[in-house]
Write a protein of this length. Structure first.
Length: 465
């Protein structure tokens, strides 16, 4: 028994040692994997703390003299000597365009499309994506889930826990209150985004809903021993919450500044990355000159500068690493979607996060963070980068992107003539092109594009005659 305990204890210690990262390793992970907003905060924190780094305007970058005389180089420590000889970049620039792109109106996807894109950012498991998309498609026009989770579990032949887990994921990635099963749950989900603010209200909604519905202020006050006026105020706050908050947000137009600009250059494409929120930073010229002429300063001063230089070098190297990783992701996505840029959405390829991760040797979570809040300006318009990632269905010539199938349906309806096409007729035409999907899927895609049904289109055409 003692031997077994010792062995187990030893393995635990080894595991803990392996899992423990140094503060610098943690910092590198933060810099190379953070979304842009978090990275911006990290850089400004470092600028404030590290005297060896300074903020600089981009037009001052070429004014930085850092070459030391040969005789002075020889007096530097080996690490610093290597630093000056290695032609290492002494600054970080987040932009590759002389002029930043102008604000643009991006392609506005439906809320269902947004939820599905976010779902694919969170998981690459095919079954989870399939079930998650089914849940999203099952949401009614108020974005409530009418179908009981037990029925969905039975339909897919999985445990109810899996459905509940996916439902919670959709509720987390979507607007507050989405995918609730009733107004009570919708209000609860909204309040759970900020539980400290809604402490009493949340308690009432979760445990005393009947008291709230019957407006039994006095009874609830006595039951939970809380002042009547506080209960009354909490009731009013609960009443103010809109149980259908998503209806105000879906499809809202926003102006954005693209992070990635793709321009056609002959048969190929030129890519420029612009991250205007990130600052231009460089090594502090004043302190670096101390290291170029160490004999002119006392040892304490030189030691202070050397210490901060090592950290500054580490920061700049980490930023360059992140920039390289981000570019690799962009390069791969744009290369895969060249046909889309050249010929339109009908030629978009199915592309999953998992495939990009394997091609770039980065984790799916890192890529997901890079894609978050990233817009791309292309010859076909401005899109959220995640629009270029979509699922696919087997067609006559291989896999067909779901975005391409939707565009085919849209075009069929645009030229349908006086007699509108039924979903069944659209389905038959798609099958003739080798796209084998069900009529129900056609209906689902049409609804996602917010295209009216055949009877509604027919009525609309008669009114316009």
């Amino acid at each position: 028994m003692i031997g077994k305990f010792s062995r187990s204890h030893e393995l635990k210690n080894i595991q803990e040692l392996r899992q423990k990262l140094s503060p610098m390793q943690v910092l590198r992970i933060k810099i190379t994997q953070s979304p842009r907003l978090e990275l911006e905060h990290l850089i400004y924190q470092e600028l404030e703390a590290n005297p060896m780094l300074e903020f600089v305007k981009d037009d001052e970058l070429n004014e930085f003299p850092y070459e030391a005389e040969k005789e002075e180089k020889d007096q530097l420590k080996k690490a610093l000597k290597e630093f000056f000889e290695d032609d290492f970049s002494t600054y970080f620039t987040p932009a590759e365009l002389k002029e930043p792109p102008e604000k643009q109106i991006p392609y506005v996807s439906t809320l269902a499309e947004e939820l599905k894109s976010e779902l694919r950012m969170e998981t690459s498991d095919d079954e989870s994506i399939k079930i998650g998309e089914y849940i999203i498609d099952s949401l009614n026009d108020k974005w409530f889930l009418d179908t009981p989770p037990s029925s969905i579990a039975e339909y897919f032949g999985v445990e109810r826990d899996k459905i509940e887990e996916l439902l919670k994921l959709i509720q987390r990635i979507g607007p507050p209150g989405i995918a609730a099963q009733d107004s009570r749950e919708s209000k609860q989900l909204q309040m759970e985004r900020n539980p400290e603010k809604w402490k009493l209200e949340l308690k009432i909604v979760k445990n005393y809903w009947d008291f709230y519905k019957k407006k039994e202020i006095e009874k609830l006050s006595n039951s939970i021993n809380i002042d009547r006026e506080k209960i009354k105020k909490a009731f009013k706050n609960i009443e103010k919450l809109n149980p259908h908050p998503t209806s105000r947000n879906s499809g809202r137009v926003r102006y954005v500044i693209p992070t990635v600009v793709v321009k056609r250059k002959g048969e190929d494409f030129e890519i420029a990355i612009n991250e205007p929120n990130l600052p231009f930073i460089r090594l502090n010229t004043k302190y670096l000159q101390i290291l170029q002429s160490p004999r002119n300063y006392d040892k304490k001063t030189v030691g202070f500068v050397e210490k901060w230089l090592e950290r500054a070098k580490f920061i700049l190297q980490s930023l360059e690493m992140r920039k390289k990783n981000f570019r690799n992701v962009i390069n791969y996505i744009t290369q895969e979607q060249k046909d889309f840029f050249k010929r339109g959405v009908l030629f978009m390829k199915p592309l999953k996060l998992k495939v990009i991760a394997e091609a770039t040797n980065l984790s799916e979570s890192t890529i997901s963070r890079y894609i978050k809040d990233t817009y791309i300006q292309t010859p076909r318009g401005v899109f959220h980068l995640k629009y270029l990632l979509s699922g696919g269905i087997k067609g006559g010539n291989g896999m067909v992107s779901t975005n391409a199938i939707k565009e085919k349906i849209n075009r069929m309806i645009e030229i349908e003539g006086e007699e509108p096409l039924s979903d069944e007729e659209i389905n038959k035409r798609l099958k003739m092109e080798g796209i084998n999907i069900s009529r129900r899927t056609v209906t689902k895609y049409r609804n996602q594009m917010e295209i009216p049904s055949r009877p509604e289109r027919k009525k609309e055409k008669k009114l316009n005659e």
